[in-house]
Every structure is written in structure tokens, then in C-alpha cells.
Design a protein around this ligand. Structure first.
Ligand SMILES: *Cc1c(COP(=O)(O)O)cnc(C)c1O
Length: 346
């Protein structure tokens, strides 16, 4: 058994969706964002668990992801594609009833010409300057677009994980100025926006990271555990070094466990010498460099050689590891690659 195991708690995932759904209040729909293979956890299993919990609307990033999602959830859920309608997407959009969030005048033209009468949404830029129509572009096409009856008008917040950031209110004001009074559903909030309160909820919220157990949703239940098998344990004498570049030297006789996982599994080298792995609740420090397939861990203080050690667990969460690596929980999760055996609970 050489591969690491990614344990995914589908009950916790569903509970986190329900908790965000309660936060967003009655009258607001909580759509589930399952782009990037459901943030690395496995699109089909995650989406079906969310569907069972009550999610009826989903977002993916690309049409290809939409096709895979449609095959998993069947014909009834609404599926929005955040990247909009790209050249080459038309057949997938039509065959799988995907709803592109059109981001530019070019995309609007493409969609109206290729699939007249098919569902669509519009993404507006309220200040993030990443995707969506500028206010002046929206002014120019608003009447024409509204005649075609969009499913949704949406925008995205740049600083929602910082509740006191003035950008939040600024973007909300800009979004309202572009959409107030129009007879169409509106969406501004992702996880961070849900937590900003009712003024940010509009008709649909788009929950992602909070469902998967990540900040800024502090109440989230952890969804993932990464368990790495120990391949061998060895004793090293004082003065001996471990791993590439001799970056760690034993100061006293030590016992080192070598576990099967590495940067080839999306475990960044930046945690070398900084993170812990856990034998149950007991922390064991990483020593030496994380290599492609192997990590070395100091287990001198254990009275046994564990069969496996946990890299992500209740004692070292996705966000703990992100902080050690100088990144965010989103990147830790989506980096967990194809090599894991994914085991689903619940
Ligand atoms: C990824 C994404 C989301 C989900 O964001 P979280 O912060 O993970 O909740 C929502 N909306 C858009 C446009 C996104 O790109």
C-alpha cells in the first residue's frame, strides 16, 4: 500500500453547505461551487453529496467541468459556467444544458449567435477587474440583453475575506447601480460574502471554500484528512544528515520515518522543516527536504513505528498548512493531485 489516502468526509461537506445555506437566509439560494474537481476532492462524489443535502444549482469554471458534472448529477440541477462561453464550447453547452456566465461583449455575441434562446447569465465587473462587463459596456447592451431574459446577473468580491475592507461596500454599491430594478436574479457573494451579512446575499450565493472546510468560514467542519503510509523507519547517529542538500543534521541519535508522499502529490517543498505530521494526536516534525515522492519525519519520541502519519487532520488543518507554506487553503486543496486514493466517508 504505497499511495497516500485522501479521506473525504461527505457528511461534513453536506453539513458545511447546510450551515452556509442557513447563514444566507430564506429567499436566497445557496449554489455550490465545484470547480477544479470540487477543490480537489472529487467532482462526482462531492456534487452528489451536495445534491442530496439540497443543492440545486452548481457552478464550475469551464464547459468541460460542466459536462463531467452533468453526468454526475443528472438532468435537473442548474449548472453555471463561470468562464462563460468560449470558442469550441457551443456543443457542450447545448448538449449538457450548461448556462454560461457571459463575461464580455464578444461572449454575448458568440452565445446569442450560436445558441439563440439558450440560458445564460451575465458577469459584471464591480471593481475587481478580472472578469465581466464594465459599467459602460453594460449600459450599451443592457436593454438588448434583458430582452433575452438572463438567468442571473453576477459579480465577484475582491476582498470579502476582510470584513472591514472598504472595497466590499464599494463593490456592492457598484453592483446595485448596475442591477437595481431589473427583473432578474442577482448574485454577488462567495463564502466570504455570505459571512458579510444579508446586504451581500441577493438571490443566489456561490459557496465554495467554506463547504470544503476552509477559511474564512471558521465554523466549518474539517472535510479532509491526508494519511501517508510509512515505508520504512531508520536510526541515524548524531551528526548524520537526512535528505537532499543535507539540510537537516541529527544532533543526537534519532529515528526517522520515511513516508510515501511528496511534491508530486501537491505537497509543496515550502513546508520542508516547518510542518508536522501526526501519529494520532502526537506531532512529529518534518526533517530534511520534501522530495517528489517521499517525506522524512522525526519519530524519535514515539515508542513505536506508526503504519501511517497524517499531514492534514484536525490538529493541522488545511489553513494551518497553508499558513506554514505561505499560501491559502484553496491552493493546498486544489494541489492535492490525482495520485491519492480518495476514500469517501458518509
Ligand atoms: C471560486 C469562485 C467562487 C467560490 O468562492 P469561495 O471563496 O471558494 O467560496 C464563487 N464565485 C466565483 C466567481 C468564483 O470564481
Amino acid at each position: 500500500m504505497g499511495t497516500s489516502i485522501l479521506h473525504i468526509d461527505l457528511t461534513a461537506l453536506a453539513d458545511n453547505w447546510r450551515a452556509l445555506d442557513r447563514r444566507s437566509g430564506t429567499g436566497t439560494e445557496t449554489a455550490a461551487v465545484v470547480k477544479a474537481n470540487a477543490y480537489g476532492l472529487g467532482l462526482g462524489k462531492a456534487a452528489r453529496a451536495l445534491q442530496k443535502a439540497g443543492a440545486n444549482s452548481f457552478f464550475v469554471a469551464t464547459a468541460e467541468e460542466g459536462v463531467e458534472l452533468r453526468q454526475a448529477v443528472g438532468p435537473s440541477p442548474w449548472i453555471g459556467v463561470l468562464g462563460g462561453h468560449m470558442a469550441g464550447d457551443t456543443d457542450m453547452m447545448a448538449d449538457m444544458a450548461l448556462v454560461p456566465m457571459l463575461n464580455s461583449l464578444d461572449q454575448i455575441t458568440r452565445h446569442f449567435e450560436a445558441l439563440p434562446g439558450a440560458g445564460f447569465g451575465i458577469q459584471l465587473d464591480s471593481g475587481m477587474n478580472r472578469l465581466g462587463l464594465e459599467p459602460s459596456e453594460w449600459d450599451a447592451v443592457r436593454d438588448l440583453v434583458m430582452k433575452a431574459k438572463p438567468d442571473l446577473l453576477m459579480s465577484h468580491l475582491a476582498c470579502a475575506d476582510e470584513p472591514d475592507h472598504p472595497m466590499n461596500e464599494q463593490q456592492r454599491t457598484a453592483f446595485c447601480a448596475m442591477t437595481d430594478g431589473l427583473p432578474v436574479r442577482r448574485s454577488l457573494a462567495a463564502t466570504g460574502g455570505v459571512l458579510l451579512g444579508p446586504a451581500y446575499h441577493f438571490d443566489v450565493v456561490r459557496a465554495g471554500i467554506g463547504m470544503y472546510g476552509g477559511l474564512p468560514f471558521e465554523e466549518a467542519r474539517p472535510v479532509v484528512r491526508v494519511e501517508c503510509p510509512v515505508i520504512q523507519a531508520r536510526d541515524v547517529a548524531a551528526g548524520e544528515t537526512v535528505g537532499y542538500g543535507n539540510t537537516w543534521t541529527a544532533e543526537a541519535p534519532a529515528r526517522i520515518a520515511t513516508v510515501s508522499a511528496g511534491y508530486g502529490d501537491g505537497i509543496t517543498r515550502h513546508i520542508s522543516g516547518k510542518a508536522m505530521m501526526f501519529d494520532g494526536t502526537t506531532p512529529c516534525p518534518l526533517v530534511g527536504r520534501v522530495s517528489m515522492d517521499l517525506i522524512t519525519v522525526d519519530i524519535t519520541h514515539l515508542d513505536h513505528v506508526p503504519r501511517s502519519l497524517d499531514l492534514l487532520c484536525a490538529h493541522q488543518t488545511v489553513d494551518d498548512l497553508a499558513q506554514i507554506a505561505g499560501t491559502i487553503g484553496y491552493e493546498i486543496l486544489t494541489s492535492l493531485g490525482r495520485r491519492y486514493q480518495r476514500r469517501y466517508l458518509g
